[in-house]
Design a protein. Structure first.
Lengths: 501, 198
């Protein structure tokens, strides 16, 4: 017997889903509680089932939405792009044939799969969640083990509701302190990725801990877990607490009655034990954090907004230097330019990273009563039809339109440009999404990853900006002065919870 | 997945080395939504040349591809295996395979048999002498027979076992179906269910 050692949150969830323990180097067989499906990575999986004559084992643990290809304008018209239309039509046929619940374009529950799951109360602590999408890590915000899988694995889960997997290593990311107004969850995760690099989390499941994480709303925690994959990790998790339970209670698929009581009792056991040991640990101070933006073509290439574009010649590692040089060339940036002098052509407010109601509220709190900068195209895309309805009930659509921005229908949209929402070659965008890869938002497009607050301030000024840069008297400008009303501050900050209707 | 033991059929030579998966199937075909029907995409670029071996009447209906070294390198696309399988190939012989391609092959029931480069050339010589003749690939004895030749090939024991048993990944997991069912019987009622719709 080894010395008694506690378990991490990740290890607890893993152990509770072991169907078969692997031996002699064979993987464990893990049970999957919730399988999310969308139109891009599922067609061949269903076709594989068809070829082998296999049914979907648990349609009642599976849910599909249309999100990657869907248009965000004129959603009542047929999809113009043939490939997109084929993928959507194929999902509809497959869902019908295999008895899968599907929320199609136009349905009130349609939206980005990672917004829909939590909103329905399907995502809950201590469960395993998979989806053929790398941003499945989002659901880890609830203390779930959630990760992206490939199409063959999608087929595997459809057929068996299990996956053969080798255990991940564990990494603690501890963020202590208090975020200043104007600094949000997005800034935390961008700073984390800049610190550990895009490969730093490889092979690990990350657990975000510390007072700054505990103070975050569920939306903020989802933003952080969402981008775990950008640090190279398959999954990111936050231990559930009262904020988690309050978010879940009363949602359509959340446990109710005796089930709620029983679930709650279990969920409260899901903290990492004091005697548990992580394979790696990283620390970050929230007090010092500023609004954070990327300058390059991977999410690890980021700096505080008050800094300058880095000078590649000062980078010691030859590979990193070459990567930085190539990134600056693609981004058409000159070393040592103040980040705040970079002018943008577009602002994209949306994606599974930042398209929940709290994100839209934060964005609206800054732009309210303002006009967008001339020559900047601003697009606001709610994460789900439900979020859109909720935002409209609060008048956010009117604030967005009065600002001069476009208010769209729900979907992945310009985050990856699989639908018509794309940047033109050479266009520069401040985007609340998760990837600034070359061509990600459209061929030749240039992406700066930012928080909703930075997106809003940038849309006002036309150059990369945070609410700290806005004039006194402008609503966002008051953030810095601390004169914002309690409600607005809560909406713009990061310590609130909200509940979709 | 069908069990594989002895594959007998026309052998088609592909006397090229480093045939990467982009050559086996170009990226443009990855947009499709099916896992079958890729036969028309196999070697799409090369088959536009009427003299390409795939277009030779002697090799119509070939079941065994006899390729040069480093077959299936490059992109991880499973479509490369699907295209070979859909065209009718059941085995590929080469002296070296790309790792991912070899793994994908095993999972899809395509036999990737490793012969020495010298033996591959012997097989080519027999085919050259009489194009269109049959070859026999015997997984039980790990040998290839063509004409008077009988040559050994290598395949890892695990993949061989899976092919002989006809087990794909899902088939393997379903051997633990009793444990899965047992696990499900213990699943708490509060854990998520998508149906019925609430």
């Amino acid at each position: 017997m080894s010395e008694p050692r506690g378990r991490t949150l990740a290890e607890k969830v893993w152990d509770d889903h072991l169907v078969v323990k692997g031996e002699d180097g064979t993987p464990d067989l893990l049970y999957i509680d919730l399988h999310l499906v969308h139109e891009v990575t599922s067609p061949q999986a269903f076709d594989g089932l068809r070829v082998a004559g296999r049914p979907v084992r648990r349609p009642d643990l599976t849910i599909a939405t249309e999100d990657h290809n869907t248009p965000t304008l004129a959603i009542n018209r047929p999809i113009a792009d043939l490939t997109s239309r084929t993928q959507i039509d194929t999902l509809r046929t497959n869902a019908k044939e295999f008895g899968i619940r599907l929320h199609s374009l136009g349905d009130v529950e349609q939206g980005i799969v990672h917004v829909v799951g939590p909103q329905l109360g399907l995502t809950m602590p201590g469960i395993t969640v998979v989806c053929g999408d790398s941003h499945t890590s989002t659901h880890g915000a609830f203390g779930a083990m959630a990760f992206g899988i490939g199409t063959s694995e999608v087929e595997h889960v459809l057929a068996t509701q299990t996956l053969p997997l080798k255990p991940f290593k564990t990494m603690a990311i501890t963020v202590e302190g208090t975020l200043r107004p104007g600094v949000t969850a997005k800034d935390i995760i961008l700073a984390v990725i800049a610190k550990i690099g895009t490969g730093g989390g490889q092979g690990y499941v990350l657990e975000y801990r510390g007072s700054a994480i505990r103070a975050l709303s569920m939306e903020g925690r989802m933003t952080i877990c969402n981008m775990s994959i950008e640090a190279g990790a398959r999954a990111g998790m936050v231990a559930p607490d009262q904020i988690t339970f309050d978010y879940l209670e009363g949602r359509p698929h959340a446990p109710a009655g005796d089930d709620w009581v029983e679930a709650l009792e279990y969920w409260k056991t899901l903290e990492t034990d004091d005697t548990a040991v992580f394979d790696a640990e990283v620390f970050l101070n929230a007090d010092e954090l500023e609004p954070f933006v990327t300058w390059g073509t991977n999410p690890g290439q980021g700096v505080s907004l008050s800094e300058n574009v880095p000078d590649p010649s000062l980078i010691v590692d030859a590979n990193d230097r070459a990567t930085a040089e190539r990134a600056l060339e693609y981004m058409a940036l000159t070393a040592n330019t103040p980040m705040k002098e970079i002018a943008v052509d577009a602002v994209f407010m949306g994606s599974c990273t930042n398209s929940r109601i709290e994100d839209l509220r934060a964005f609206a709190s800054v732009i309210k009563g303002q006009k967008k900068a001339e020559n900047v195209r601003v697009m606001v895309v709610p994460g789900s039809a439900r979020v859109r309805i909720e935002a409209e009930a609060e008048g956010i659509d009117k604030i967005v339109e009065a600002f001069g921005a476009e208010w769209r229908f729900a979907g992945c949209s310009m985050c990856l440009g699989m639908n018509p929402d794309q940047l033109a070659p050479g266009e520069r965008c401040a985007s609340t999404s998760n990837r600034n890869f070359e061509g990600r938002q459209g061929k030749g497009g240039r992406t700066h990853l930012v928080s909703p607050l930075v997106a809003a301030a940038t849309a006002i000024r036309g150059t990369l900006s945070s609410p700290w840069d806005l004039e006194q008297g402008e609503p966002g400008g008051e953030l810095a002065a601390g004169e914002l009303s309690a409600g607005e501050l809560a909406a713009a900050g990061s310590a609130t919870t909200s509940k979709a209707v | 997945m069908h069990a594989v033991s002895i594959i007998t059929g026309v052998a088609m030579p592909l006397a090229r080395s480093n045939v990467d998966t982009d050559q086996i199937i170009p990226a443009v075909f990855l947009k499709r939504v099916t896992k079958t029907g890729f036969e028309d995409a196999l070697f799409y670029g090369w088959r536009q040349d009427p003299d390409f071996v795939l277009n030779a009447p002697e090799f119509v209906g070939a079941k065994v591809l006899v390729a040069g070294p480093d077959f299936g390198t490059g992109s991880s696309r499973e479509h490369a295996v699907w295209a070979l399988r859909d065209y009718g190939f059941q085995a590929v012989l080469s002296s070296r395979f790309g790792d991912i391609f070899r793994g994908n092959s095993g999972k899809q029931g395509l036999l990737a048999a490793e012969l020495t480069e010298a033996d591959i050339e012997k097989v080519w010589a027999v085919i050259d002498a009489e194009p269109g003749r049959d070859i026999s690939v015997d997984l039980t004895t790990k040998t290839v027979s063509i004409g008077d030749l009988t040559l050994p090939f290598e395949i890892d024991d695990y993949t061989r076992w899976r092919l002989l048993e006809g087990l794909d990944d899902i088939g393997l997991t379903l051997r633990s179906e009793a444990q899965i069912t047992e696990f499900e019987s213990r699943r708490h009622s509060w854990r998520p269910k998508t149906l019925p719709v609430k």
